[in-house]
Design a protein around this ligand. Sequence first.
Ligand SMILES: Cc1cc2nc3c(=O)[nH]c(=O)nc-3n(C[C@H](O)[C@H](O)[C@H](O)COP(=O)(O)O)c2cc1C
Length: 311
Amino acid sequence: MAGYTNYAYRELLRMFGGVDLITTEMVSARSFVELDRRGSELPSRLWGVRDEQRPLAVQIWDNNPDTLSLLAQRLALEFKVSVIDLNFGCPAKQIANRSASGSFLLQFPDRIGDIVQKVTAAAKPVPVTAKIRLGRTRDTINAIDVAQSIENAGAAGLTVHGRTAAEMYHGNANWDEIAAIKSKLKSIPLIGNGDIRTVDEALFRIKNYPVDGIMIGRGSIERPWIFRQIAQALRNEPVDSEPTTKEIRNIIVKHFNLLKQQFNEHTALFLIRKTVCHYAINRSGAKKFRNEICSAKEPALFFQLIENFFH
Ligand SMILES: Cc1cc2nc3c(=O)[nH]c(=O)nc-3n(C[C@H](O)[C@H](O)[C@H](O)COP(=O)(O)O)c2cc1C
């Protein structure tokens, strides 16, 4: 998740456990190739990737198979990542409109197939997966065509977010549309994604839909411990209760310190403030707290506000 799943956040998830495969923020293949050509520092979204714990998937985006292949090959041979994921789902204007990438490509299943085929060849032996939405709009849903094109081109797995690009994040993810894809695939795993926010919702989707796995986005920003709880539930073990306010304070400190390994204090504070606002959801006084925390420019004030709110 762009703006969130940086090195620090991935480490935080590993600390809680329960998640089988963590994916980086989407990395622009074009920027990578350009920076590399100039001998500049690599994109900050690849920070930590070389050395951190595996398994780790790196998600990449562009519309040019050669550019994507260049990055995929480097990620496979030099960085030795576990999985390379191709983004064909992003609906953001900057990606879909201005760069004709992400969800823009959903209207061209053959082009997607061509990209997958070339990137798969370049990344060997590292598996290449793809992430899609149901289609560009409700009237042009074509996830089955796109899914088959992806599988036939040699992808190792497919994740589907059950919304169209036009829907952005509105309404509910349509899991029936995700389920309809399963019988049209020959063998690759299908991962369902969209609106899983609780352990019960995760279990419900796993038990009632023909998916091979689930992916959680926003729910894990609000509660990075959710994967651990889901894993416990799946093993029929007692599920950890929600962290106490003291534990939440400790999580915030840990996360802030991890962020400081990569970013300067100012940026680390900006990033941790975003996450902390999610932790405040459904707590009394959340609105006031969010306003205050968003204007905290110094760590001392930030931690004072945290102390007062999560007590
Ligand atoms: C802030 C934000 C950043 C995101 N960044 C990415 C991204 O880089 N790559 C991607 O495939 N999806 C990205 N997504 C989409 C999520 O991965 C996910 O498909 C979507 O939020 C639905 O799942 P959820 O309800 O579990 O969040 C992003 C979503 C949000 C809200």
